[in-house]
Design a protein around this ligand. Structure first.
Ligand SMILES: [Cu+2]
Length: 139
């Protein structure tokens, strides 16, 4: 009679002891690891649209991310008039970043080039008509 309660308690305690122990071991196995690798530098790519019509570009600014692969869809809508889009470091147009082929309208061209790395305000223009120009902004 005095043994029965003791035995029951003993069995109960033994079962109780196993379950928390197993849960603890499992928790240790799946402990999250902290990754310290820096995120990869991805300049990415960007597509910009620009049109020339009535001897003017349809935008005064082109904005792209630093170092991005730029796809520029140029639409020359001026019938029989040659235009291009060229990007220079500044309005002196002394140092070119990219010079697109000149096309006579109505015609489209797809230009691809890499944007400069240093953020800043550069310059774009039509080489045939330098008064057609604007700011090429790298962010
Ligand atoms: Cu032009």
């Amino acid at each position: 009679m005095p043994w029965a309660p003791g035995g029951a308690h003993g069995a109960s305690n033994r079962n109780h002891g196993i379950l928390p122990g197993e849960r603890h071991r499992g928790g240790a196995d799946v402990s999250p690891k902290v990754t310290t690798a820096p995120p990869p530098r991805a300049a990415g790519s960007v597509t910009v649209e620009i049109a020339a019509e009535n001897m003017a570009f349809d935008t005064s600014t082109i904005t792209v991310p630093a170092g991005a692969e730029v796809t520029m869809n140029f639409d020359n809508r001026d019938d029989g008039i040659p235009h291009n889009v060229a990007v220079y470091t500044d309005s002196s147009a002394a140092k070119e970043i990219f010079v697109g082929d000149i096309i006579a309208g109505p015609e489209r061209a797809t230009y691809t080039f890499t944007a400069p790395e240093p953020p800043g305000t550069y310059f774009f223009r039509c080489d045939v008509h330098p008064f057609m120009n604007g700011a090429f902004i790298v962010t």
